[in-house]
Design a protein around this ligand. Structure first.
Ligand code: NAD
Length: 476
């Protein structure tokens, strides 16, 4: 753990398990309620009693040191995220690691570029003339709570803007992937001038114990959470007691709409890409909407692509899919697949992948003839499972895409860009890929409508989640 500038071991430990091999790869400090409280006290003191929140030049230098340290440690980080998350190594060359380190520069440079202060000019009110000056300043102590699927990426996606904005932080990683946080803690302590208490890292084998302290403690000003919608709702309720600022990135059940003028032979063979990282991505489009007029032709291409899709050892760069994170998660996904078999037509897969002696594997699974109200069309499965739903016309496709309590992401693909944009404009979701365009970038705001979350990560919108606004009235 990193608490108040010191690397501490903790009274006991919990096991970090490789989900591909079930081997115990290390022991990790098991943070307690008392550790969480000490960390909060340190973050509070660092915010209130140092000039971290006001000295932008110093902050920028410290974040550059952290960036450079992460860059030097890149290969250790790579092997750790593959080992603890079962993440295919191929993904670490992009979103699981390399692009995260590059993208961190965007937040660091924003410290200079951001408009921290603006003049509103003179306003007359009851005969008195006043100038107004609007200042942006850090919220205070931020609790950063992250899940296991993209652990390094999500830790940095929160830490970089939180620190660039001038907050102090307590980072609590998921029990399944503690290393992607503890290594950041070690590098901060050993290789940066970040003052004691500014960043604290408190892993815990108990998923909720440390998080409950962070979301209830009155000394914490902001909770930034990525995880399941169920835990997000709980956190919002719990944080309401002290009216913390709450920022939530939650689940998704995003839809790809394939329009009837799309080139199926070009678009549909990539359908198994939803199995990337075994489908453990919140923004993955796990519903595919095919026009009923071309359904048989489309589903045949998708099924053939699923049959051909290969997966395996995450250290092998030829695979985009490894295991699920844990035995518990595998049981959950298999139960959802059994539910799917009751509801729709199983076309490919449908069970555990039995060719591996060890590890938490599930076959890439394809369901056809799915009804928009089926459980497998409504619930986030978080496994390599695609539900294909036939639709009648564009209005019907939009209605089905919006028939979800989630609204995180989606895709529209068709022969005419204008028509695809027109359909995308009617889908109520935070991000959309149109005709293969990618929305992901450090300056692209990312987040959800409805129960996919509150607020945005990345971009100016994401940075401003970590800021308060202060308006000064001045004599004119
Ligand atoms: P989870 O909600 O179970 O856990 C997320 C984090 O919250 C973990 O660190 C966990 O220990 C902690 N936590 C659990 N109970 C808590 C409590 N009572 N108080 C405070 N913290 C608590 O999610 P998960 O299973 O780790 O991750 C998968 C989920 O994350 C999926 O639903 C996925 O869609 C979502 N996710 C969303 C995004 C996004 O950006 N929208 C990104 C990645 C994952």
């Amino acid at each position: 753990m990193l608490i108040d500038g010191k690397l501490v071991e903790g009274a006991s430990t919990f096991e970090n398990v490789n989900p591909a091999t079930e081997e115990v790869i290390g022991e990790v400090a098991d943070g307690t309620v008392a550790d969480a409280e000490t960390a909060i006290a340190a973050a509070r003191r660092a915010f209130d009693e140092t000039d971290w929140s006001t000295d932008r030049v110093f902050r920028k230098r410290c974040l550059e040191q952290l960036h450079d340290a992460l860059d030097r440690e890149r290969e250790v980080l790579r092997s750790q995220v593959v080992a603890e998350a079962g993440a295919p190594i191929l993904l670490t060359y992009a979103i699981q690691l390399d692009s995260v380190i590059e993208d961190m520069q965007w937040d660091i440079e924003l410290i200079d570029r951001y408009e921290w202060e603006r003049e509103l000019g003179v306003h007359e009110f009851f005969g008195m003339r006043s100038a107004r000056n609007v200042r942006k300043e850090a919220v205070g102590v931020a609790a950063l709570i992250t899940p296991w699927n993209f652990p390094f990426m999500l830790n940095i996606s929160k830490l970089a803007p939180a620190l660039a904005a001038g907050n102090t932080a307590v980072l609590k990683p998921a029990p399944d992937t503690p290393w992607s946080a503890t290594i950041i803690g070690r590098l901060i302590a050993e290789e940066t001038d970040i003052p004691d208490g500014v960043v604290n890292v408190v892993p815990s084998g108990d998923p909720a114990a440390v998080g409950e302290v962070l979301t209830g403690d009155p000394r914490v000003d902001l909770v930034s959470f990525t995880g399941s919608t169920a835990v997000g709702k709980h956190i919002m309720a719990r944080a309401s007691d002290t009216l913390k600022k709450v920022f939530l990135e939650l689940g998704g059940k995003s839809a790809t709409i394939v329009l009837d003028d799309a080139d199926f032979s070009e678009v549909l063979p990539s359908a198994p890409m939803i199995c990337t990282h075994a489908g453990q991505g919140c923004a993955i489009t796990t519903r595919m909407l095919l026009p009923r007029s071309r359904y048989d032709e489309g589903i045949a291409i998708v099924a053939e692509a699923f049959e051909r899709f290969t997966f395996g050892d995450p250290t092998d760069p030829s695979f985009m899919m490894g295991p699920l994170i844990s035995a518990k998660q595998r049981e959950r996904v298999l139960a959802m697949i059994e539910q799917g078999k009751q509801e729709a037509t199983l076309l490919v897969g449908g069970g555990p992948a039995t060719q591996f002696d060890k590890g938490f594997w599930v076959e890439p699974t394809l369901f056809g003839d799915v009804d928009p109200d089926h459980t497998i069309a409504q619930e986030e499965i978080f496994g390599p499972v695609l539900s294909v739903i036939p639709y009648e016309d564009d209005d019907d496709a939009v209605r089905i895409a919006n028939n979800s309590r989630y609204g995180l992401s989606g895709a529209v693909t068709g022969g005419s860009l204008d028509r695809a944009i027109g359909v995308a404009e009617r889908v109520r979701t935070g991000t959309l890929a149109i005709n293969g365009g990618q929305w992901f970038a450090p300056d692209s705001p990312f987040g959800g409508y409805r129960q996919s979350g509150v607020g945005r990560e990345h971009g100016i919108e994401g940075f401003e989640e970590y800021l308060e606004t202060k308006t000064l009235g001045l004599p004119a």
